[in-house]
Design a protein around this ligand. Structure first.
Ligand code: PLP
Length: 359
């Protein structure tokens, strides 16, 4: 069976070495030595000034929205995973969808200003499939209208924009370390910020608002992760250069063998060192997409309609129609991509897709 993705599991003895220490110390959670070590190692690896390791990427979004004190309307993208929108609603804010650019699949900055109202408090945009948004244009708009910017950078581990980790942009960036992500801790996530005040606030928010064991600086939630998850991250991290490179090689091979397929690829933002976190292809019609999925499924190959559906169709966001996002969501398919996918398997996927096209 070939799934859209497959978690990378490090050699078991590397994980076992960390487990041994956990057993010796009998320290399982609450900011243990491995969680601290992972934060330090990630800062070094990513060259990021500040980050907090959390228990998932959704809590990261919620903590970011809470820390930025966004109360009101948040301008966001309809082309993302549901967690981007649901976090906004969960935090008592209203998502205002701005349609996407049909080529980069990211929020279209040219359409943001007309969506700003006196109630707008911030922008929450996703770097779709690890491809940076038009960060420079968004920053100009945010400065002009005094809006906070949060990037949902769930897919961005390893992406570099203009010489820096993409996590270093915006007031806050969030990431997911879910098992299906490029770098993972089983379940997990993080927030990044350059702002010491926001960092301090998010540290309180992560830990029930505790200032001391018996006093609370503010409301908080349980955003902590465990030593077991940190151990997984510490075991996966040394493999990242090799994993990032492998995905590049596999993606370039896909490009070659799909050269005659009538599809469009995502346009990557200029100035980016891309992380190849997904291999999305845009078909000419939903009908060809559906037939392609059917054909691949016959051979136990399971690509994923991602992102689908467009989030402006959710039942709890009110009537907002984003035609570009709906169109792209209806025609996009993420093909299998993971560290030990073979060239032969990619050949087979390409042959099946071409067969559908030529029938
Ligand atoms: C764009 C995006 N945002 C947020 C999330 C949520 O992350 P998590 O699954 O770690 O809660 C995901 C997860 O797939 C995602 O793809």
């Amino acid at each position: 069976m070939i799934n859209v993705t497959k978690p990378f599991l490090p050699p078991k003895e590397e994980y076992d070495r960390y487990l041994h220490g956990i057993w010796q110390r009998n320290w399982v959670t609450n900011h243990g030595p491995l969680a601290n070590e992972l934060e330090l190692r990630l800062k070094e690896f990513l060259d990021a000034p500040h980050l907090l390791f959390l228990n998932n990427g959704t809590i990261a979004l919620q903590i970011a929205i809470k820390a930025a004190e966004l109360k009101g309307e948040i301008i966001t993208t309809p082309f993302s995973y549901v967690a981007t929108t649901s976090s906004i609603v969960w935090e008592g804010c209203s998502p205002v969808f701005v349609d996407i650019d049909p080529f980069t699949f990211n929020i279209d900055p040219a359409k943001i200003e007309s969506a700003i109202t006196p109630q707008t408090k911030g922008i929450l945009a996703t770097h779709v499939f690890g491809n940076p948004c038009d960060i420079d244009a968004i920053e100009v708009i945010a400065r002009k209208h005094r809006l906070k910017v949060i990037y949902d950078a769930a897919h961005c581990f390893g992406t570099i924009y203009k010489g820096k980790s993409v996590f270093n942009y915006g007031d806050i960036s969030t990431v997911s370390f879910h098992a299906t992500k490029l770098f993972h801790t089983g379940e997990g996530g993080a927030v990044f910020t350059q702002d010491a005040e926001l960092l301090k606030k998010m540290a309180y928010l992560r830990n029930f608002g505790h200032e001391t064991p018996t006093s609370f600086a503010m409301i908080g939630i349980n955003g902590k992760s465990s030593e077991l998850h940190a151990a997984m991250g510490l075991s996966v991290l040394p493999h990242m250069p090799e994993l990032l490179n492998k995905r590049k090689v596999l993606s370039e091979y896909y490009h070659q063998v799909l050269a005659n397929l009538k599809i469009r690829q995502q346009k990557i933002q200029a100035g980016t060192v891309y992380n190849y976190s997904y291999y999305p292809v845009l078909f000419n019609s939903e009908e060809i997409l559906k037939r392609s999925i059917e054909e691949l499924n016959k051979y136990q190959i399971f690509p994923r309609r991602y992102f689908y559906p467009s989030l402006d169709t959710l039942s709890y966001t009110g009537e907002q129609i984003c035609t570009v996002s709906r169109d792209i969501a209806g025609r996009i398919l993420c093909l299998p991509l993971y560290h030990d996918l073979s060239f032969e398997e990619i050949d087979m996927i390409a042959r099946l897709l071409l067969r559908v096209q030529n029938n």
